[in-house]
Design a protein around this ligand. Structure first.
Ligand code: ADP
Ligand code: 5GP
Length: 211
């Protein structure tokens, strides 16, 4: 049974961050496949699409000019410059993902997480760590998605990003993929059991007791 809550409060917001190459996309793809009632919030970015990426699926790919216009209009819940490109979560994408009571996953960087925390304090956050710096480097190189310059940049950024692990509610070390995936799934299921996420339902049940 899915747990859609049509007509009731919006779903939970789950933020996931990690240094590039830690395995976040792999984990998130597996999670979205295995857990009903969860949607991905599609961000806007000024980065070019990678091969295999599709407009409106991984990102909305836009020019810097268009992105900056959206910033001026207040269209973003949060936005940040990451690895030299602009990335942002629009209110529209967030609300669309939350429609029909779905929980929503925001794959955003550490700066974006700080802003979401301030604006949406009810959000649950998860930081994914690689088992080591050396393994992160190996994964980035083996992925064959970015050129050597881009990989160096991402590794340099990773040294700063990992310092932020203390700001997150949950930490997952992506060593063996299967157990990291299981841990991620468990965190999302636990987030769904929080009192805040269950209170409408609990009230309804308690009222039925007639006490
Ligand atoms: P991110 O989205 O964090 O940048 P990806 O999901 O693209 O990272 O993963 C980076 C690379 O590491 C990919 O080639 C992926 O297949 C691989 N990978 C992901 N998780 C693991 C793991 N637990 N063990 C070994 N390789 C992994
Ligand atoms: P990539 O270019 O590898 O897809 O993503 C690079 C980084 O940008 C990742 O750390 C990812 O989490 C982050 N990112 C993606 N979308 C957003 C967003 O909307 N806002 C912020 N702040 N970061 C984002």
């Amino acid at each position: 049974m899915t747990r859609l809550k049509t007509g009731s409060r919006p779903g939970s917001i789950i933020v996931i961050s990690a240094p590039s190459g830690a395995g976040k996309t792999t984990l998130v793809t597996g999670l979205l496949r295995s857990l009903p009632g969860l949607r991905f919030s599609v961000s806007h970015t000024t980065r070019r699409p990678r091969s295999g990426e599709r407009e409106g699926r991984e990102y909305f790919f836009v020019s810097r000019r268009l992105f900056e216009g959206m910033v001026k209009r207040g269209d973003f819940v949060e936005w940040a410059e990451v690895h030299g490109h602009l990335y942002g979560t629009s209110w529209k994408a967030l609300r669309q993902a939350q429609a029909d009571g779905h929980d929503v996953l925001l794959d955003i960087d550490v700066q974006g997480h700080r802003l979401v925390r301030r604006r949406l304090p009810e959000a649950v956050s998860i930081f994914v760590l690689p088992p080591s710096f050396q393994e992160l480097e190996r994964r980035l190189r083996r992925r064959h998605l970015d050129g050597p310059g881009e990989i160096e940049r991402r590794l340099a950024d990773a040294r700063q990003e990992v310092l932020h692990w203390k700001e997150y509610d949950f930490l997952i070390v992506n060593d063996a993929l299967t157990s990291a995936g299981r841990a991620l799934r468990s965190v999302v299921i636990a987030a769904r059991c929080r009192r805040l996420a269950q209170q409408d339902r609990a009230r309804e049940i308690a009222n039925g007791f007639g006490g």
